[in-house]
Design a protein around this ligand. Structure first.
Ligand code: ATP
Length: 412
């Protein structure tokens, strides 16, 4: 039976399932998803980034979370294309048979799943795990790829023998080639053949996360290459003098072997950009829809974070918490778009004893929000983070003070 012959499907929703490593996602992937929607008469296409793909010689360059994020950014403006994280959240090696089983459970018998594949992948299906089981109740739509010849017939034993083949957009773009070009120093600007192959938001994400060894003559941040966000932030803090080592007496009178000025870092354009990217990724991972923290430290971060969220089509809102309710106007303690019942992240630039951070958490909880993440750049290990954890709240810091008085990376 042809794929578009839907006589046995009645009113079932037809969902295209398009898995891939998406390292990175490119215009070839997007055009296939759009083409499959139309040509395959699908109601929805789910892009499913692989957690740990098995048929590859090398592991992916970008992490599963980063590939998931790039895919989400790429389809943010598409009405009928969505992203599923089933393969990222499942433990162990990614197999299509498990992906389909998870999606069947999720979408139920009202949905008809159609596996969408490029011709190169479809030809390899006989090497996949449980090739026969994976086809149970699932049709296959194969889209042509430049350089791949789709045979007139395949042996009955091949899982793609009854697939429908459509030539499609035939875009000559591959993730391997893009990575090689980027590693060789090609720039992502439009017009050089790479910028046009990667959606704009994804291009920004690649650049800001130093993925695929971006290099070549260009902006300073491009040359920072593959260092993680937390490493780059540490480098920038030292460069600015926002993090210094020596003998210091803090305002509290305590002695310290290092000095960190979080404001100097969060009010620096590059510092703000890196902090907000690091925070945004964690906020999205924790599925929070609002984020903020105590005045004054969190205020510049909230601003940078909202700009970043807008650029990446992340639907979150910002807020900040005053030490006490204002004595005039609306008398608010919490400012911003946060409303009761929201799942929120609360952050500060530094956590020492945690005074203002814990007060902000109290205020947000008393307001009726669910605090699902607490975060900072530097954990000084002076009791604040222990108290947050004691309250059963997930805590993330990107750097921490060591007992020897050094500052080291804890989270990349
Ligand atoms: P790599 O070059 O690293 O193998 P890729 O560009 O093939 O990456 P994948 O994420 O491995 O990207 O591919 C996901 C799916 O998209 C596969 O089914 C693949 O066949 C298909 N695909 C990728 N690029 C194209 C393209 N230009 N034309 C047709 N199909 C494609």
């Amino acid at each position: 039976m042809g794929l578009s012959d839907a006589t046995d499907t009645g009113l079932r929703r037809r969902i295209g399932v398009f898995g891939g490593t998406f390292d990175p996602i490119h215009s070839g992937h997007l055009e296939i998803a759009r083409f499959a929607l139309e040509a395959g008469a699908l109601d929805l296409v789910l892009m499913v980034p692989a957690g740990k793909p098995w048929l590859r010689g090398e592991p992916p360059v970008a992490s599963a979370q980063q590939r998931l994020r790039m895919t989400q950014i790429a389809v943010a403006n598409e009405d009928q294309i969505q992203v599923s994280d089933v393969d990222v959240v499942r433990e162990g090696t990614t197999y299509t048979v498990d992906m389909l089983s998870d999606l069947r459970t999720k979408y139920g018998s009202d949905a008809e799943l159609v596996l969408v594949l490029g011709a190169d992948s479809a030809l390899q299906m006989n090497r996949w795990e449980q090739p026969n089981e994976l086809r149970t109740g699932c049709k296959v739509l194969v889209i042509g790829r430049p350089g791949e010849i789709w045979p007139n017939t395949l042996p009955d034993s091949h899982p793609a023998h009854d697939a429908e083949y459509l030539e499609g957009p035939m875009l000559d773009v591959s993730a391997t080639e893009l990575r090689a070009k980027l590693a060789a120093g090609a720039r992502l600007a439009a017009g050089d053949g790479i910028g046009d192959s990667v959606p704009t938001g994804v291009e920004r994400y690649i650049r800001e996360n130093g993925l695929y060894k971006l290099g070549g003559p260009g902006r300073e941040t491009d040359m920072v290459q593959t260092a993680s966000g937390a490493d780059r932030l540490l480098g920038r803090a030292k460069e600015l003098g926002a993090l210094k080592f020596g003998d210091f007496t803090l305002t509290s009178g305590q002695k310290s072997t290092y000095y960190f000025d979080g404001r100097q870092l969060s009010l620096d354009p590059e510092g703000a950009s890196i902090i907000s990217q690091l925070f945004l990724d964690k906020i999205i991972e924790a599925e929070c829809i609002a984020a903020g923290g105590p005045t004054v430290a969190s205020v510049p971060i909230v601003g940078a974070l909202m700009l970043k969220a807008w650029q990446e089509h992340a639907d979150i809102t910002g807020f900040f918490v005053r030490p006490e309710a204002k004595g005039h106007g609306m008398g608010r303690q919490i400012e911003g778009g946060v409303t009761r019942g929201m799942r929120v992240a609360v952050f500060d630039d530094t956590v020492s004893t945690g005074g203002s951070l814990l007060e902000a958490i109290d205020a947000v909880q008393a307001f009726g929000c669910d605090v699902a993440l607490v975060m900072c750049v530097l954990d000084r290990h002076q009791g604040g983070s222990d108290e947050v954890k004691r309250r059963g709240l997930p805590f993330v810091s990107f750097w921490e003070a060591t007992p020897e008085g050094d500052v080291r990376i804890t989270e990349r």
